[in-house]
Ligand binder design. Structure first.
Ligand code: PPS
Length: 301
């Protein structure tokens, strides 16, 4: 049988005991403002990248992308766009969010149904990024392998972790419920939730960046287009660039107590071909097809 090391079902998603406390605090005390921007993902779906892009877009008046001291060149994106559950509401304290600069950008991994009512009832915006489930699993496995052994438990084999993944037992999963929640809301309320794919963003970053800027209410002006601001932001936030930033290479603690470099592994689409057997591909494809049937959401692999 498979194990669920240190992972528990809270409401209808899986998480670790340390996360539950912070999530409850967030649910009770976070009051969304109209200008808030929430970046949401399943872990390892492109969170770091999407946070960087949103920050670069929304703060470009204050921090033009071509400044040599741009915050993204001195801080990790997770410091600039802190997680609700790992930073703002961690450590049992209730943060004084009124003192934080607006627009306030935040991240979360919780499912949409676990966000407080004020998120639905305010004008705040949610940007969601999904990544194909095979690459996401490869990324999760590498990440957890670097972290373990630690409080999470002993290392887990690729196959054993995959079995859990297929059962839905991963952080903030089941994977399919997570993405379907945001997907349906993006269809119902496209001004509230923008649904992006890692693969699309990779393929044509500029195109999706413009759509993202429009959605967030910070569209690029003709002058900015002329000046090449879009291309500048694409470059600033690229995997190649971000990986070389000192704080991302040598720093730690941007999310939790691990080296920031673990957030930058390969940054490509399709690395799964190096890890999956045909049987595994078939198994996961079947599950996803079944879970996503009738939703209009599908993956190209
Ligand atoms: S986390 O812990 O959930 O915030 O991690 P997350 O950022 O979602 O996932 C990490 C994967 O994203 C890749 N990455 C990037 N891809 C493209 N562009 C940029 N700038 C970028 N930064 C990080 C990172 O390499 C991980 O994917 P893998 O496949 O493991 O390389």
């Amino acid at each position: 049988g498979w194990r669920t090391p240190n992972i528990y079902l809270y409401q209808d998603f899986w998480c670790q005991p340390t996360e539950i406390q912070a999530i409850i605090s967030m649910q009770n005390h976070y009051i969304a403002q109209d200008t808030d921007i929430i970046v949401s993902t399943i872990p390892k779906s492109g969170t770091t990248w999407l946070k960087a892009l949103c920050f670069a877009i929304a703060k470009r008046q204050l921090y033009p992308h071509d400044r040599s001291n741009h915050p993204l060149l001195t801080s990790n994106p997770h410091e600039l766009v802190p997680f609700l559950e790992y930073k703002l509401f961690a450590n049992l304290g209730i943060p004084d969010m009124s003192s934080l600069a607006r627009p306030l950008l935040m991240g979360t991994h919780v499912p949409i149904g676990a966000l407080p009512d004020s998120v639905r009832n305010s004008g705040c915006k949610i940007v969601y990024m999904v990544r194909n489930p095979l690459d996401t699993y490869v990324s999760i496995w590498h990440f957890l392998s670097k972290l373990r052994p630690n409080s999470l438990g002993p290392p887990i084999s690729f196959q054993e972790g995959f079995d859990m993944y297929c059962q839905g037992t991963i952080g903030f999963g089941p994977y399919w419920d997570h993405m379907l929640g945001y997907w349906h809301e993006s269809l119902r309320n496209p001004r509230k939730v923008m649904f992006l794919r890692y693969e699309d963003m990779k393929e044509n970053t500029g195109f999706h960046l413009r759509k993202l800027a429009d959605f967030l209410g910070f569209p690029f002006s003709p002058e900015e287009e002329e000046e090449g601001v879009v291309e500048g932001i694409v470059k600033l936030c690229s995997f190649e660039k971000m990986k070389e930033v000192d704080v991302n290479k040598n720093g730690k603690g941007a999310i939790a107590d691990f080296d920031n470099k673990n957030l930058f592994r390969k940054g490509v689409v399709g690395d799964w071909v190096n890890y999956f057997s045909p049987t595994m591909v078939e198994r996961l494809t079947k599950i996803m097809d079944q879970k996503l049937a009738a939703s209009g959401l599908s993956f190209k692999i």
